[in-house]
Ligand binder design. Structure first.
Ligand code: LLP
Length: 415
């Protein structure tokens, strides 16, 4: 489904005109569709029906409480990477026992808080982290459930900044060393070894790397069982890509069908950590044209959203579609869409054929994942509002930051 469609000559989010949202909440504003988030989550959950599973939505993709609450109501699990994400999930009504805790740099405080809350599993990324977790759990007189994040050394074929499963990446434990680290983990009295985990990268557009990684992990799981270290779950991480332009990523059902075939008769619970594929296309960034600036070399549209609001184009050279909210007749020109920030890298899109006038509203599509969450206050710009649309209604799920918010935590030197 696509929740963002034109009706009577203007772009809607479900049953709400984006121009109404701009009038009510201003711009720039992130707009999400509840129905589309739910449909994308269900694509995973339905394909996994009939086998033990847990879909742990990767909170980093979009951590707005309203969005997390929509998923919690569907019974989703969550993949977190910080204490902040843990508290967000709990505040949004998510269940601790459906949380997996990933990330290479868990602090002792992170571990204590997650043990207190009772998370489902720690995805441990190194031998030293295992030893730290053992110490923290022993001091609390509890057992920590663990899975080791194994780095299967497969090429995800994605942008180098978001590929994580190669041996030169900082993530996980090399597949060749994993058996020895599992043997060590099994000797630690306050750890309960329950799973094997991997995450090879993000925005993958073919199944082959996932299935290569899966084969390597299944071989490891079989070897561990022979050594008397049986695991109960296999966590394949996230990473399924979405369409930004003309990509043809596999759908969750294709992926899960292929995984289920390979699992054979093994008695394993399957965990997945999808982020982008649940929320990316369920959101847009709504922005307004401030100025049109025609120079000898280029036509610029200066818009009110900038790299601080959406950094993917500047950081990864990511291509994101930009469409008019109320298309109108006029001269089409080749525009660079740039923000008000004082950097040449401040663009959201380059060389787009558009008919524009000052004051026009634009929607940057596929901005529901790694959009607001990566925003900053650079140039002392308050962060955008976030609106969640549900049918005919629009709810402001995060208010726009005010100028006072910007320096609320700061102070002057004493006299
Ligand atoms: N699990 C782990 C351990 C991860 O590191 C990630 C993403 C995910 C799950 C979710 O992956 P997804 O299904 O969303 O691909 N900021 C970048 C993407 C960074 C992804 C980091 N890890 C971007 O804007 O493209």
């Amino acid at each position: 489904m696509d929740a963002f469609t034109y009706r009577d000559g203007e772009l809607f989010a479900e049953g709400v005109a984006l121009s109404d949202i701009a009038a009510r909440f201003g711009t720039p504003t992130y707009v999400y569709s509840r129905a589309q988030i739910e449909a994308r989550y269900r694509a995973y959950a339905d394909a996994l029906a009939g086998m033990p599973h847990l879909v742990c939505y990767a909170v980093k993709a979009n951590s707005n409480l309203g969005v997390l609450n929509v998923l919690a109501r569907l019974g989703a699990g969550f993949d977190i990477v910080s204490s902040g994400e843990l508290e967000r999930v709990l505040a949004a009504g998510g269940k601790a026992e459906r949380i997996v805790f990933s990330g290479v740099g868990k602090s002792r405080d992170d571990m204590r808080r997650a043990l207190e809350a009772g998370v489902h599993c720690f995805n441990v990324e190194s031998r030293n982290e295992l030893d730290r977790l053992q110490n923290v759990a022993a001091a609390m007189e509890v057992k920590a459930p663990v899975s080791l994040r194994v780095n299967p050394d497969v090429d995800a074929g994605t942008h180098p900044y978001i590929a994580t499963g190669l041996k030169e990446n900082k993530f996980g434990i090399a597949v060749d060393e994993a058996e020895a680290v599992y043997a060590h983990a099994a000797t630690l009295p306050n750890l309960d070894v329950i799973g094997v985990d991997c995450h090879i990268g993000s925005q993958l557009t073919s199944l082959a790397p996932f299935l290569d990684a899966l084969d390597r992990l299944l071989a490891l799981i079989d070897r561990l069982a022979e050594r008397g270290i049986p695991v109960r779950h296999l966590d394949l991480g996230g990473g399924l890509g979405v369409r930004y332009r003309d990509e043809q990523p596999p759908q969750p059902e294709d992926y899960i069908r292929a995984v289920r075939q390979r699992l054979g008769g093994r008695n394993l619970t399957l965990l997945l950590e999808p982020g982008r594929s649940i929320v990316a296309n369920a959101g847009v960034l709504l922005t307004q044209v401030e100025y049109l600036k025609h120079t000898e070399h280029k036509d610029f549209a200066v818009i009110d959203a900038a790299m601080n609001d959406l950094i993917r184009p500047a950081l990864y050279d990511a291509w994101m579609d930009v469409v008019p909210v109320q298309p109108h007749a006029g001269d089409e020109r080749l525009y660079d869409l740039v923000g008000p920030i004082c950097e040449t890298g401040d663009f959201l899109a380059r060389e787009r054929n558009l008919v524009l006038a000052e004051g026009d509203l634009l929607a940057v599509r596929s901005a529901g994942a790694y959009g607001f969450v990566m925003s900053s206050n650079y140039n002392s710009r308050g962060r955008a509002a976030e609106v969640l649309v549900d049918g005919e209604q629009a709810f402001e799920v995060r208010r726009r930051e005010t100028i006072e918010d910007l320096y609320a935590g700061e102070s002057l030197l004493p006299q």
